[in-house]
Design a protein. Structure first.
Lengths: 456, 456
């Protein structure tokens, strides 16, 4: 009997565990889940005889290696920086590996050895990265097969709160690692291609360079650009496109208000604030504003960022109790980003029963014969509750489906890879449709990159 | 006969060479100057029999070590990152060392060995750091000696163009490494203390947090905060002050216009721009602005940064030919910061005969008996021409004076140090006065930190 080992069983793994434990009997495999906290795994997998739950110290080489040696395929749900510990063992012992994370340079360097051993190290097979690659490649290859020439590709993804659980002014709740949300966009310039011109946006302007998106039945959204939109240009076969842009989706108004945090410096994770343990939210805000012997924090902030007194943005700040002076935020030796995260987590955590929502949107512009054409493709997935979230579903199911297909030899091309080949994305996307993860495509007029439909 | 070795003879060393070559005979020492380009040294030192000029590859260990072994005191005018090569040799062969650079952690780590060998490794003895330390410590120690308790210390320095050579709208020319000017303020938050409150400014807001300074006979200036104003708190003995702030001086209006470059992302040195070799200034500006099928670069920029059509700031941009589309900037594989530097160097270089100006301003607030008092102290030095600049004078003379005193044993406290002890700063400041480097002090009302003199 073949065996799958899943390392890490955090709250984003509910659908992964559900899928694999439900398939273990039928597809005849054993399934081991390892984590410090196994509550979620126990709740979902129940007393399935095919499933073993274990507590193992993955930093203990002997324990970890024994475990990996004893399985055929390893799913690493660890934080991305820890994948390599598992990857090296998997390579040494000749086991397949699946992760939902970006391929690091270290991971990429294993490719020749992985290939030599005939192993599949499949990465970037969650939502974003994951479903974005697969759905984009399917349409791009369709267009090319029909003789079309790609001119234009834009792709947007967002993890949001579902309309029925949307009860704050930001129209946002955390459905993924809050730290990543607070740090989003940092660490380098955002770079993309608009109509043949390379464009660069520094972090501090990112949230003022949004554009709008409309999704049928769900209304209007906004998107800000990702760090490197050009990263997949070659991999997607888009060397000759004039526009290449990838972005993150939020509800309208989020980015403009988030920009207040960026402008103040609250998202900075590079230094520890003095006396952070005793700081109230009001002190925290004031640390980024000029000293005044008389003026209020509120007026100083309004003046500093030129916020009109009747700007709706202000209500978003008030909703976070940002001017509260009654109790400390309560973090010792914290960076601004850590302080901000704590403030937001109090307000933006999914509550029991809350539903989240995943939104993805692609625009494919292409030349077909004498005509320029465009296909817009969108995906909306609504979660069931705060355990079976849309995020856990869209990350976990592609991973689970691919893992099982690799285990069964149905996906077998060896190497360190991401899911951009039809052998992988076709069967995975097909099966995802059975779970309601289905894109809606429509033909729209091709307008070049011209979001405001303006002409001089 | 004792011998001084000066490694590096760039354009900021004119006064250093002048002072040492003029003193060599009287004070009976030999003086060797080493650089690839010895034009300046030859011009200034002339055919002084005490002075030898040499071309040595300082990366050739044997050549360098032979040279250092043959001298008693080494002045390193190399780029700061190269000091350690010289410092280790100086330590090995038991030679004194003098630099005008900040003490790096590596340099600091040599302290026990330097002390054990009875050597003086004097650093931070130029202008800023240098004269700022010495002049501040003299007044602070005076105040303390008279029973005063320090409450408040602010210190500002700027290298500018002299009024008589000020012929551009920025009222600025490069008098020091242009690269450092372009990158100024980057690499971390700016941190200071105002009336007992720690304040933090992210880089992208730095140039909008200036305040004004008035200097008798020279009018109004502005200053933006340095990176870490608290760095010298302990060294200066200012543990209990309520305000501690260090800043960089510019003429009024410079920072607000510089902020355009910061906002666009033009000062970023972290990535290479695509096709930089073919970019005109106009292309360069446009790379940071949204694509539009119809709108001009000018209008896009005005709109993006909300610049009124009659804002004087715009003339500053036009003066740099920033919208020129007739010729490439001409740098291959360049970062935005390198492109910007090239644009500015075309306009802001000192011309033959141009005079520069050094401005320094300290505010010392203190409690004396029942009273709060304040002393303001200012220094203005005007250069003679584009060789004998005020910058070269204020960097080179303290260095030269200290070097000679160390050589003669008049400064002898061993260790890796900066000039904050009276044994060093008193004789150096006294001698500097003979060269016209003299502070003007005046008693002013103590107003706390309250630059606008406001009350609610």
């Amino acid at each position: 009997m073949k065996k799958i080992l899943q390392i890490g069983a955090g709250k984003s793994t509910s659908y992964l565990i559900k899928y694999l434990s439900e398939h273990a009997e039928k597809d005849d495999f054993g399934y081991t889940i390892v984590d410090k906290n196994l509550d979620l795994a126990r709740k979902i997998a129940g007393d399935n005889p095919r499933v073993s739950l274990k507590t193992v110290d993955i930093f203990d080489d002997e324990q970890r290696q024994q475990l990996i040696r004893d399985h055929d395929l390893i799913i690493s749900m660890l934080p991305a920086r820890l994948h390599m510990i598992v990857a090296r063992d998997a390579l040494d012992f000749g086991k397949h590996l699946v992760t939902a994370s970006y391929i690091s340079d270290e991971m990429k360097a294993l490719d020749p050895e992985v290939k030599a051993k005939g192993l599949v190290f499949m990465n970037e097979i969650g939502l974003d990265p994951g479903i974005d690659h697969m759905s984009a490649m399917r349409t791009i290859n369709d267009i090319k097969r029909k003789g079309g020439e790609m001119l234009h590709f834009e792709s947007f993804t967002g993890g949001l709160v579902a309309p029925e659980s949307d009860d704050n002014l930001w129209h946002y709740k955390f459905t993924w690692n809050p730290r990543n949300v607070v740090l989003a966009g940092q660490g380098g310039v955002s770079k993309f291609l608009h109509e043949g011109k390379f464009k660069y946006i520094p972090y501090h302007r990112l949230f003022r360079r949004t554009e709008f998106l409309e999704i049928d039945d769900y209304g209007r959204f906004e998107a800000y650009p990702n760090r490197d939109s050009l990263k997949y240009q070659k991999i997607y076969g888009l060397e000759n496109v004039r526009t290449l842009y990838r972005g993150t989706i939020r509800r309208v108004g989020f980015s403009r208000a988030w920009n207040v945090f960026v402008q103040l410096g609250m998202t900075d994770d590079s230094y520890i604030m003095e006396n952070s343990a005793s700081m109230t939210k009001r002190d925290f805000v004031n640390a980024f504003l000029p000293y005044s012997p008389s003026d209020s924090v509120e007026l100083k902030l309004r003046y500093y960022l030129k916020i009109d007194q009747d700007d709706e943005l202000w209500l978003k700040l008030e909703e976070l109790d940002l001017f509260d002076d009654t109790r400390p935020i309560g973090l010792e030796n914290a960076t601004p980003a850590q302080m901000l995260q704590k403030i937001l987590e109090e307000k933006w955590s999914l509550q029991p029963g809350d539903k989240d929502m995943i939104v993805m949107y692609h625009k494919f512009g292409y030349r077909s014969g004498d005509e320029n054409k465009q296909i817009d493709s969108s995906l909306v997935v609504i979660g069931e509750d705060d355990t079976y979230t849309a995020m856990a579903k869209t990350v976990g199911l592609p991973l689970a489906i691919a893992a099982l297909k690799i285990l069964k030899g149905e996906i077998s091309k060896p190497g360190v890879q991401l899911p951009v080949h039809p052998d992988v994305y076709e069967p995975v996307l097909d099966e995802l449709e059975q779970y309601g993860i289905r894109f809606r495509e429509k033909q729209v007029p091709y307008l070049h990159y011209n979001p405001h439909h303006t002409m001089g």
